[in-house]
Design a protein around this ligand. Structure first.
Ligand code: C5J
Length: 225
């Protein structure tokens, strides 16, 4: 495993530089309920193909990152089976007839341990990779992600996953406020809504990279090779 040297990735608004020993790949909420046909996302009327286009580029990136032996972290949005960590406001938001905790197409919706809550098989975590169970949209809220990063000396994140404007954006903003740099990969993040995806990326990289950097996974793969 190489953990020394600086790697430079072409990105917007300018090059992103990282040292492998202090940079982790963070894959957000690539869960069956969000991505699979027949899951909660589709049940709400969303077009899951908008998210599924991110699977293949994530697989390529993950394989390259794993081959280097560098840190991989995955998140899952969901709640304890007793729903003790589900704010009542989140439960009722949207006024849908079926909400978090109710029986859904793949078990109880967004409940830890249920089939729909699990990560899709294409990107399934390997032994030794970090899994963060988060009750909110941001991966730092009510989790031990910050402690894990501090303890392992991680200062930068390459961020992928879903959805661009919700959990990806919230996590990148939380990371920014904690002093971390984030590089978001435009082809490895996705939204059910293409205009929200574009806006979500723009919000990160505008104003000199107010929340972070944006690039295509090809640029990272080129830098790794
Ligand atoms: C949403 C997420 N969209 N992972 N979750 O509710 O972005």
């Amino acid at each position: 495993m190489t953990t020394t040297g600086i790697i430079t990735v072409e990105a917007e608004p300018y090059s992103f530089e990282f040292s492998p020993g202090t940079c982790a790949l963070l894959i957000i909420d690539m869960q069956r309920d969000f991505l699979e046909p027949g899951g909660f996302g589709e049940m709400l009327g969303n077009d899951v193909s908008q998210l599924r286009r991110t699977i293949e580029p994530n697989q390529r990136l993950l394989a390259a990152w794993r081959a280097k032996g560098w840190l991989v972290m995955h998140t899952r949005e969901g709640h304890r089976p007793d729903l003790g960590c589900l704010p009542p406001a989140k439960k009722v938001r949207g006024r849908a007839p079926t909400t978090i905790g109710d029986p859904g197409p793949m078990g109880r919706i967004l409940v830890r341990g249920e089939a729909g809550h699990d990560i899709i098989p294409e990107l399934y975590p390997q032994s030794g990779e970090v899994i963060i169970d988060k009750p909110g949209k941001g991966a730092f809220y009510a989790t031990d992600l910050h402690a894990i990063m501090q303890n392992r000396g991680i200062r930068q994140l390459i961020v992928t996953g879903v959805t661009t404007e919700v959990c990806v954006n919230t996590t990148v903003r939380e990371a920014n406020d904690r002093g971390y740099d984030c590089l978001v990969l435009q082809d490895c993040v996705g939204s059910y809504f293409p205009d929200m995806h574009e806006a979500g990326l723009k919000m990160i990289k505008e104003q000199g990279g107010i929340f972070g950097w944006v690039t295509h996974s090809d640029k990272v793969l080129a830098a790794l090779s």
